[in-house]
Unconditional design. Structure first.
Lengths: 157, 84
């Protein structure tokens, strides 16, 4: 009994303090977890927009495009003028008939020829400086799809 | 070389014939052949102007410029056809 009370007395405060210590530790642990959580939250939310925002343009090529604008405007222009050309297989796969495909091909050639004609210099020295594809010329026969000289804005025949 | 003349002939002969008649006042098959032969020999346009100056005088320049637009046109057409 005495011993027990001594034990209980001696243990009592110790147990209380231990219990206190454990609750303190638990409280500290919760607080730490909460802080970590906040820290994690802060890491998860706050920096996200700041790091993601500058990253996105690089990922989607805006920076590269901006660079293009400054250094390579002519190439951009050229790129914009390139039309999509479909192969016969591609045209056939979307259900175009043979005639429709041929008509498209012919139209495509006409368009390219018109573009080439538009590019023929009107100024004398530039005109005389255009390289002539003599070797190719020798293989070409007049073709039905050829746009007329009149259409091409060339002198009448 | 013969092929150059063949293909250019078909497209250019009628026009050259007409122009020579305009400039010289009468048909001149000799002049038409002369020009076509020069083209077959891949003459440079300035050289053609020089060699036609005696016959066409000041008209040589405008004739060759018009002719050369056609030659360039045919050349571009050949290039497009070859790239198909």
């Amino acid at each position: 009994m005495y011993i027990g009370s001594v034990i209980s007395r001696s243990l009592g405060p110790a147990a209380v303090s231990w219990a206190d210590a454990s609750t303190e530790a638990a409280a500290a642990e919760t607080a730490r977890k909460a802080m970590i959580g906040q820290a994690k939250l802060a890491l998860g939310t706050r920096p996200a927009p700041t790091t993601a925002a500058p990253k996105r343009p690089a990922v989607f090529g805006t920076a590269a495009e901006a660079d293009d604008d400054e250094t390579d405007g002519s190439q951009r222009k050229k790129r914009a003028l390139i039309p999509i050309e479909y192969s016969e297989e591609e045209l056939a796969s979307v259900g175009l008939s043979r005639d429709e495909i041929l008509a498209r091909k012919q139209e495509e050639r006409r368009r390219r020829l018109q573009a080439a004609v538009d590019a023929i210099p009107t100024q004398r020295d530039a005109l005389f400086a255009v390289p002539i594809h003599w070797d190719l010329l020798s293989k070409v026969r007049p073709a039905a799809w050829c746009i007329s000289h009149h259409e091409a804005g060339l002198p009448d025949r | 070389m013969d092929n150059v003349q063949e293909s250019l002939e078909e497209t250019l002969r009628p026009w050259i014939t007409k122009k020579m008649q305009e400039y010289l006042g009468e048909e001149n098959p000799g002049m038409v052949e002369f020009v076509l032969n020069k083209l077959t020999a891949r003459i440079a346009p300035q050289a053609l102007v020089t060699s036609l100056a005696a016959a066409l005088d000041r008209e040589a320049e405008s004739f060759v410029q018009k002719l050369w637009r056609m030659v360039v046109f045919e050349s571009e057409r050949a290039r497009i056809l070859a790239s198909d």
